[in-house]
Design a protein around this ligand. Structure first.
Ligand SMILES: CC(=O)N[C@H]1[C@@H](OP(=O)(O)OP(=O)(O)OC[C@H]2O[C@@H](n3ccc(=O)[nH]c3=O)[C@H](O)[C@@H]2O)O[C@H](CO)[C@@H](O)[C@@H]1O[C@H](C)C(=O)N[C@@H](C)C(=O)N[C@H](CCC(=O)O)C(=O)O
Ligand SMILES: Nc1ncnc2c1ncn2[C@@H]1O[C@H](COP(=O)(O)OP(=O)(O)OP(=O)(O)O)[C@@H](O)[C@H]1O
Ligand SMILES: N[C@H](CCC[C@H](N)C(=O)O)C(=O)O
Ligand SMILES: [Mg+2]
Length: 483
């Protein structure tokens, strides 16, 4: 491809426009001959420092910040206001294809669930559909474990082009606040966007909750074309602010939930492992049997149905498809029950609102005690630790505080920060031992939630990620208890 394909977002001389581009990256270590290197300022380093390295490895052109003051190398350097945006646009131009209908969902909690549900609805109605998010990539013939919630633009556009080549026509993805802030999806052509809710998260990255909300709002203000559908959960404290932003951006605002106008939740009857919902859409009432536990899953299902309907699926087919939904791995997932019938769930609540919701969700079906095993990640928002400690001790009968990816931090000090506000909690650092203790104490009528790691397959201590699965540990503990 000629560099001239980049001319809509970088100024190029006629000689530069004729250069052949073989690839694009913001990581000098990944540069191969013929690549364009984009120097971005990161959280840890300034990419401009690596321009020399990139050129030595064969970069034929560099895109950099207007004010990066590095010595200029012997290749053309295009100056832009926003190198991350240029990276996203460049990756989109270079890979050139994506599934025709794509939606993105943002919000503090529920993104993985909504994006997964949307894919399942599309699949059910006969589309070749993909999911891209925290748990990885799911598409016809693919089920891959993931790392970032929103992949970096180069990985993302490479994947989207592969999916399009494989015949995938529909894709739903998660838009994390990091991803939106870092322009990771600015090159994606989106048909619709979704919003679930806003709570405390990533306060290590965003200075204030307003800044965090604004980062999420880029989906509506900067990424969706005017008139595109914005499916917004209506019952969250941040719903109105989000609706206002989407309205001002000229989007077609479709609200869902008890206060929803597009999909109105009229009534829900909860059972332990399923719920029956009455949903009004365009004057018709649909009665839907949702095979999932947890109030919040009704909200997630409504946002997903809204996304599917607003991109062409009929309401009847989209809502009927909810009856066959499977929960995303590790989201209030029933992994087993003890001999005396106490259920054990694995859940991904690693932030305050999620923990609060999941503990409240199981209470109505717990005649005995709610037991929770949880921790907080190292090198992440420290402020959430006592908040989650307080929530666990208030909403669970037994809280066991353990380790969850301590990373570079001292595990005991993370636990101490949680314990400070977790009155009466037990502290068992070793997560395996904590899960065994939680399982062993269950009586008939109790419920155990193992929270924080969900689908994860490792425990990161220092720089090392050791294999670890809450699913596997729960199964093992249940087996041991049975003998
Ligand atoms: C804080 C953060 O978001 N960092 C992401 C960001 O890195 P960065 O730009 O800040 O990188 P940096 O290390 O400061 O380096 C600056 C630049 O110099 C380059 N460099 C560096 C060294 C070198 O030798 N040569 C070189 O060119 C780097 O490639 C980079 O372009 O951009 C990178 C490429 O997209 C990401 O891989 C990286 O994610 C890190 C690994 C990460 O842990 N991110 C997490 C916090 C994250 O993004 N989480 C969200 C939300 C999760 C959720 O709640 O669901 C997600 O979407 O996953
Ligand atoms: N709509 C919701 N409202 C509140 N809590 C929710 C909601 N949906 C899910 N949760 C809780 O949040 C956890 C994570 O859910 P999910 O993975 O769908 O969200 P996410 O936004 O993708 O999270 P992450 O940003 O961590 O990837 C669940 O295990 C559950 O505890
Ligand atoms: N995407 C989130 C996931 C956190 C999961 C939890 N298990 C932890 O390690 O803190 C993050 O990287 O902050
Ligand atoms: Mg997610």
């Amino acid at each position: 491809m000629k560099l001239s394909h980049f001319s809509s977002f970088v100024a190029l001389s006629s000689a530069e426009a004729e250069l052949d581009v073989m690839g694009i990256t913001s990581d000098s270590r990944k540069v191969e001959p013929g690549f364009v290197f984009v120097a971005v300022r990161g959280a840890k380093a300034d990419g401009a420092r690596f321009i020399g390295d990139a050129v030595a490895r064969g970069a034929i052109a560099v895109i950099a910040d207007r004010d990066s003051a590095e010595n200029l190398p012997d290749v053309p350097v295009a100056r832009v206001d926003d190198p991350r945006l240029a990276l996203a646009k460049g990756a989109a131009a270079l890979f050139g294809k994506q599934p025709e209908t794509m939606v993105a969902v943002t919000g503090t909690s529920g993104k993985t669930s909504v994006a997964s549900f949307t894919r399942q609805i599309w699949e059910r109605v006969g589309h070749a559909a993909a999911f891209i998010g925290t748990t990885g990539v799911v598409a016809p013939g693919r089920d891959e474990y993931g790392s970032l919630t929103t992949p970096d633009p180069v990985a993302l556009h490479k994947l989207l082009a592969e999916l399009a080549d494989e015949g995938v026509t529909h894709a739903s993805m998660e838009a994390s606040s990091h991803g939106l802030d870092q322009r990771r999806i600015d090159g994606v052509r989106l048909a619709a966007g979704g919003f679930t809710n806003l709570g405390r998260d990533h306060m290590d990255y965003h200075p204030t909750v307003e800044d965090y909300h604004a980062a999420k709002m880029r989906l509506f203000t900067d990424l969706l074309p005017k008139g595109a559908p914005a499916v917004i959960f209506a019952d969250d404290p941040w719903s109105q602010a989000t609706i206002d932003v989407a309205m001002s951006a000229g989007l077609d605002v479709l609200t869902v939930g008890r206060k929803g106008a597009f999909l109105e939740l009229k009534r829900v009857e909860h059972e332990r492992f399923r719920q029956r919902a009455e949903i009004a859409c365009g004057g018709t009432i649909f009665e839907i049997d949702l095979p999932l536990a947890g109030d919040f899953q009704v909200a997630n299902a409504l946002v997903a149905a809204g996304l599917a309907i607003s991109t062409g699926t009929t309401p009847a087919r989209a809502l009927l498809a909810l009856e066959a939904l499977k929960g995303a791995s590790g989201r209030l997932e029933l992994v087993g029950t003890t001999g005396n019938g106490a259920p054990v769930y694995v859940d991904y609540a690693h932030k305050p609102d999620a923990l609060e919701n999941v503990l409240k969700a199981v209470r109505p079906f717990t005649t005995g005690r709610v037991v929770v095993v949880f921790g907080c990640g190292g090198d992440r928002d420290r402020g959430k630790r006592p908040i989650m400690g307080e929530i666990a001790s208030r909403l669970a009968d037994v809280a066991i505080v353990t380790d969850d990816n301590p990373r570079s931090e001292e595990p005991a000090s993370i636990r101490a920060a949680i314990m400070e506000a977790a009155e009466g909690a037990l502290e068992i650092g070793d997560r395996r031992a904590a899960i065994r203790e939680g399982v062993a104490m269950l009586h008939a009528g109790d419920t155990l939630i193992v929270a924080g790691k969900g689908h994860e397959e490792g425990q990161t201590v220092g720089d090392v990620t050791l294999p670890f699965s809450d699913h596997e540990e729960v199964r093992q503990a249940l087996r041991e208890l049975a003998v």
